[in-house]
Write a protein that binds this ligand. Structure first.
Ligand code: PRP
Ligand code: URA
Length: 212
């Protein structure tokens, strides 16, 4: 049976506090990088809340018990290059055994259309839990194309995690892929005429990597 994915804003006070730090235009590259990873780590804790568990027998020093562990379904973290790379280490802090797949995508500055330039995934995506990471969900074009790329390769369980989302992007992504779960640290006001999120945090890739 088809189940509608959810959209959640993960507005824990620590996440809100850290997001304010990186929104500030005077936050430098080093701090920006650190804090993006910290937010990603805090978010993934909630993103994994409904991950499937299975029973397992365990011998404690005192008794034998039947307890829970994550099922064999292995997680793949999928950053959308470049800016998604900034969130990977934070996610891996909590999911150290996860595999990492990469999707290279850039947004044409004039048309705002996404262009895919690289995809490298582990095998058997149909048996894995996919977590796509990208700090920005603006028009939604890049996220939609990334989900398309994963589904084309067999992925069935997909979560999309961003720091800042525009209402336009959330709607576009959920209309195109109603089955996936979408998480943001903040839902901002709108997109400006250049396709930037307002108030947003500017160009996430440039701020992470010190480019212009
Ligand atoms: C940014 C961002 C997203 C995309 C969001 O990447 O990291 O991938 O734009 O915009 P959209 O929702 O309108 O598609 P960008 O294309 O600037 O590439 P970069 O990460 O290499 O800087
Ligand atoms: N990409 C960014 O990096 N920032 C935005 O505000 C929109 C798209």
């Amino acid at each position: 049976m088809f189940e509608m994915g959810k959209f959640e804003v993960l507005d824990h006070p620590l996440i809100q506090h850290k997001l304010t730090i990186i929104r500030n235009k005077n936050c430098g590259t080093r701090e920006f990088r650190e804090v993006v990873n910290e937010i990603a780590e805090l978010m993934v804790y909630e993103v994994c809340r409904d991950m499937p568990l299975e029973d397992v027998k365990v011998e404690t020093p005192v008794a034998t018990a039947v307890e829970k562990r994550l099922t064999g379904k292995k997680v793949v973290v999928v950053p959308i290059l470049r800016a998604g790379l900034g969130m990977v280490d934070g996610v891996l802090e909590l999911l150290p055994a996860a595999k990492v797949g990469h999707i290279g995508m850039y947004r044409d500055e004039e048309t705002l259309q996404p262009h895919e330039y690289f995809v490298k995934m582990p095998d058997h995506l149909d048996k894995r839990e996919m977590i796509i990471v990208d700090p920005m969900l603006a028009t939604g074009g890049s996220a939609i194309a990334a989900v398309d790329a994963l589904k084309k390769r067999g992925a069935k369980s997909i979560r999309f995690v961003c720091l800042v989302a525009a209402p336009e992007g959330v709607k576009a992504l959920r209309d195109a892929h109603p089955d996936i779960d979408v998480y943001a640290a903040a839902l901002d006001d709108h997109l400006n005429e250049n396709g930037y999120i307002v108030p947003g945090l500017g160009d996430a890739g440039d701020r992470l990597f010190g480019t212009k």
